[in-house]
Design a protein around this ligand. Structure first.
Ligand code: ADP
Ligand code: ZN
Length: 653
C-alpha cells in the first residue's frame, strides 16, 4: 500500500504537507533522517506513516522515544482512534499493565510503542528489543524532541545521551531524530551526540504564516494582558508564559478574577494538580493556561489561539518554540509579548549568576542579545526570526532545494542573509501592519553613555540603570545628593527626555551591545563596551521606535490568513457545528480523550458546511479516515439530520 493511501485511509488527509512525502519515502526505504520542522509542521506523520508502512511490510515495530510521559496517553489514544495499534511504556503504568504491554510487544501486536528515554535504556527493555531484533521485528527508532540531547537546546535531558546504545546495539535499524529547535549549534550537537552523521537532513521552512507576532513595551503587564485577551481572544484557548512560579499564581488569579477561565501550571504545584490543570486545558474549551516554561513541550492541542509572554524568554529558540504552540491547526493565531528594561536586567543576571562555565555563559549572552534585537526591531519581526534560523523570508519554501544545511547556517544570519531580506514585509506582524514611528535617539544615547563613563571615572564604581537615568534627567534623589552626583557634568542634560524614552534608549544600547549589565549580589551595574565608543563619538546613529503606548492603539482586524474554522459558517451550518461539538464532547468524555483527538474543529466545520445526508457524502472530508468513518459515520449523520439523541446523551446518566 502506498504512503499516500495510508495518509488518506488512516488519517483522512488528501495531501502531504511540505517535505512530509520525501521524509516518509526516505524512512520507509530504510534511511536515517534528521527532521527539522517548526511546531505544528506535521512531524508526527513523518514517523507514524513509516511505522505503519513498515509494519505492513512485515518489518515489525517502531519505538518512539519521547520525554513527554504526561502526553503519551493522548498520543496513543489518537492512534487508536485512527485504527492504529499503539501503546506506551512509562512510569504511570502499574507493573501489571507494563507486563501486559511487553507481552503484546513480543507477540508483534503493536505498531508504535512510545517510551521515555530512561525506560528505553534499561537492561530489561533492551533485552526485549534484543529479542525483537533477532527476529527481524525491530523496524524503526523515532527520537522525538531530539534537541533534548543537546546542552545548547533549552530542554537538555542527560538520559538522551544514552540513546547512542540504539545505534551501537541495533545496527541497520533506521533511526530518525525530530525536533522543532533549529539553531545551528543544537543541530550539530544532535548529529554528533546521536551519531547521525550519515542521516539525510530535512529542513523545512520555519515560517508560521498564520501566527501574528506582536511585541509591546511593558507598562502595566497585567492590565495589558487582560486587555489583549478581552479584545482579541475572548473565550478562546491560550497560554500565558511568566518567568516565576509566584508570578504564574498572581496572573492566573488576576485573570480568574476578571472572569477568564485561567489555570496555573508550574513545577512547584503538586503533580496531580498540574496534571488536572493540563487535562482541563486539553479537554475543556477556551481555557487560558498561565505557566512557566515547564508547560507546553509536546502539547499538541491544535486550537490554541494565542501565546502571550508576560516576561521575556531566554532566547529566540525558546520564544519561537513557545509561540509555535499557537495555531497548529493553521488558523489565525497571535504571539504577543510584553517586555521592558527589567526583563533585560533579570535575564542578564540569571546568566551572570549561574554556576555555568564562562564560555557557556558567553553563548547564552549572545542568544539573549539576539532576542533583544528582535524585541527592539523596527522592521519585520518574521524576517528577523527566520533569518536567525538561517532562512531568508519569502525565498525558502519547504520544497525548494538549496536550503541551508544544518550546521552550516550561522545562527544570527550571515551578511548575505542580512542583505537578502532587507525591507521584506510579511503583512502579519506588528511592525509590518503598523510601521512604528522612529526617532533619533543618538543624542540621548550619548548622554547616557557619557554618564556611565563619568561615574566610572570619578568614583571608580559602577551604578545601575535607574540611578544613571536620574542623573541624566537631573533628578535630585536622595542617592544622587548623598553621592554628590549632581556635580557630574552630564547632570540634567537630558531633562527633556521622558523616563520611558531613556529606558527605551537603555534597552536598545544593551540590545546592540553598547552597554553591558553585570550583576553581583543582587545589584545590577552598567558598563561600557568596545561598541560604546562609536556611539559616544556619534559615529553610529541610534534610531528607536517611539514608545508604543504613546500611539493610539488601533489594530487592523483584517487577516490575510484563515480565521478559525467555524467563523465563516452560515446560520444553519453553525447550528449543525454546535450540535456536532456537543456530540464530540460526549464521545471524548466516554473515551477519556481530548475532543480534538476525535475530530478537529476544522473537520466538524467541514461536515457542518456540507450537511451530509449519507455515508458517501462524508467521504473525503479532511481528517476523516476510514476507521473514524466506520466508527462515527452513522452517529455524525444522525446529528446532522436531527435524528441523534444529542440532547438525551447530554443528560446526566
Ligand atoms: P508537530 O509535531 O510537527 O508540531 P503535528 O504532527 O502535531 O505537528 O501536526 C500538527 C497538526 O497538523 C496535527 O493536527 C496534524 O493532524 C495536522 N497534519 C499533519 N500533517 C497533515 C497533512 N498532511 N494534512 C493535513 N493535516 C496535517
Ligand atoms: Zn512582518
Amino acid at each position: 500500500m502506498s504512503i499516500a493511501s495510508i495518509l488518506q485511509e488512516v488519517f483522512g488527509y488528501a495531501s502531504f504537507r511540505g517535505p512530509q512525502q520525501d521524509i516518509i519515502n526516505h524512512v520507509v526505504a530504510g534511511g536515517d533522517a534528521l527532521v527539522l520542522m517548526p511546531t505544528g509542521g506535521g512531524k508526527s506523520l513523518c514517523y507514524q506513516i513509516p511505522a505503519i508502512a513498515r509494519q505492513r511490510a512485515g518489518l515489525g515495530i517502531t519505538v518512539v522515544v519521547s520525554p513527554l510521559i504526561a502526553l503519551m496517553h493522548d498520543q496513543v489514544g489518537a492512534l487508536h482512534e485512527a485504527g492504529v495499534s499503539a501503546a506506551f511504556l512509562n512510569s504511570t503504568l502499574s507493573s501489571e499493565e507494563a507486563y501486559q504491554t511487553e507481552q503484546r510487544l513480543l507477540r508483534g501486536e503493536i505498531t508504535l510503542l512510545y517510551a521515555a528515554p530512561e525506560r528505553v535504556t534499561t537492561p530489561r527493555f533492551l533485552a526485549q528489543l534484543d529479542t525483537l531484533f533477532e527476529r527481524g521485528q525491530l523496524s524503526l527508532f523515532a527520537i522525538d524532541e531530539a534537541h533534548c540531547v543537546s546542552q545548547w537546546g533549552h530542554d537538555f535531558r542527560p538520559e538522551y545521551r544514552a540513546l547512542t546504545v540504539l545505534h551501537e546495539r541495533y545496527a541497520g535499524v533506521p533511526r530518525m531524530a525530530l525536533t522543532a529547535t533549529a539553531d545551528a549549534l543544537t543541530r550539530a550537537d544532535i548529529v554528533e551526540r546521536l551519531q547521525l552523521e550519515a542521516a539525510a537532513h530535512f529542513v523545512s521552512s520555519f515560517d508560521r504564516p498564520n501566527i501574528r507576532y506582536t511585541i509591546v513595551e511593558k507598562k502595566d503587564a497585567s492590565t495589558q494582558l487582560l486587555r489583549f485577551i478581552e479584545r482579541e481572544h475572548p473565550g478562546e484557548a491560550g497560554v500565558v508564559y511568566c518567568q516565576s512560579r509566584k508570578r504564574v499564581e498572581e496572573v492566573a488569579a488576576m485573570l480568574a478574577q476578571a472572569g477568564i477561565h485561567a489555570l496555573p501550571y508550574h513545577a512547584g504545584l503538586d503533580f496531580r494538580v498540574r496534571q488536572a490543570n493540563q487535562n482541563q486545558f486539553l479537554r475543556a474549551e477556551g481555557v487560558v493556561m498561565v505557566a512557566t516554561i515547564a508547560f507546553g513541550m509536546g502539547i499538541d492541542k491544535p486550537d490554541v489561539r494565542f501565546v502571550a509572554h508576560l516576561d521575556m524568554p531566554k532566547n529566540i529558540e525558546g520564544y519561537y518554540q513557545e509561540t509555535g504552540r499557537a495555531g497548529r491547526d493553521g488558523m489565525a493565531a497571535d504571539a504577543w509579548m510584553c517586555y521592558g528594561l527589567q526583563d533585560v536586567v533579570n535575564q542578564r543576571r540569571m546568566i551572570d549568576e549561574s554556576p555555568a562555565e564562562e564560555d557557556f555563559k558567553q553563548v547564552m549572552r549572545g542568544k539573549l542579545d539576539a532576542l533583544l534585537g528582535l524585541a527592539e526591531a523596527t522592521d519585520c519581526r518574521r524576517v528577523r526570526l527566520l533569518r536567525y534560523f538561517g532562512e531568508i523570508y519569502g525565498e525558502a519554501t519547504a520544497d525548494a532545494p538549496g536550503r541551508p544545511k544544518p550546521g552550516t547556517a550561522p545562527s544570527g544570519g550571515s551578511a548575505a542573509h542580512e542583505m537578502a531580506s532587507v525591507g521584506a514585509i510579511c503583512h502579519n506582524c506588528d511592525n509590518c501592519l503598523q510601521p512604528p514611528e522612529v526617532w533619533d535617539a543618538t543624542d540621548a544615547a550619548r548622554k547616557l553613555l557619557s554618564t556611565v563613563y563619568r561615574l566610572q571615572q570619578s568614583s571608580g564604581v559602577s551604578f545601575g540603570a535607574g540611578h544613571t537615568m536620574d542623573i541624566v534627567r537631573g533628578k535630585r534623589t536622595e542617592k544622587v545628593l548623598q553621592r554628590g552626583h549632581e556635580t557630574v557634568s552630564t547632570f540634567g542634560l537630558g531633562a527633556d527626555y521622558s523616563e520611558s524614552q531613556l529606558r527605551a534608549v537603555m534597552r536598545q544600547l544593551i540590545a546592540v551591545g553598547a552597554l553591558q549589565v553585570f550583576t553581583s549580589e543582587g545589584f545590577s551595574t552598567l558598563h561600557l563596551t568596545e561598541a560604546s565608543r562609536a556611539v559616544l563619538r556619534g559615529e553610529v546613529p541610534v534610531r528607536l521606535r517611539e514608545s508604543t503606548h504613546q500611539r493610539p492603539e488601533k489594530r487592523s482586524r483584517s487577516r490575510t490568513v484563515p480565521t478559525p474554522a467555524a467563523a465563516s459558517l452560515g446560520q444553519d451550518a453553525m447550528v449543525r457545528f454546535i450540535n456536532l461539538k456537543s456530540w464530540r464532547s460526549e464521545v471524548a468524555k466516554a473515551h477519556n480523550l481530548p475532543a480534538y483527538v476525535i475530530f478537529h474543529d476544522a473537520t466538524l466545520a467541514a461536515i457542518a458546511e456540507r450537511a451530509p445526508q449519507s455515508l458517501a457524502d462524508l467521504q473525503h472530508i479532511s481528517g476523516l479516515g476510514s476507521r473514524k468513518l466506520e466508527a462515527y459515520g452513522e452517529a455524525v449523520l444522525a446529528v446532522i439530520t436531527g435524528a441523534s439523541p444529542v440532547l438525551a446523551a447530554a443528560q446526566p446518566a
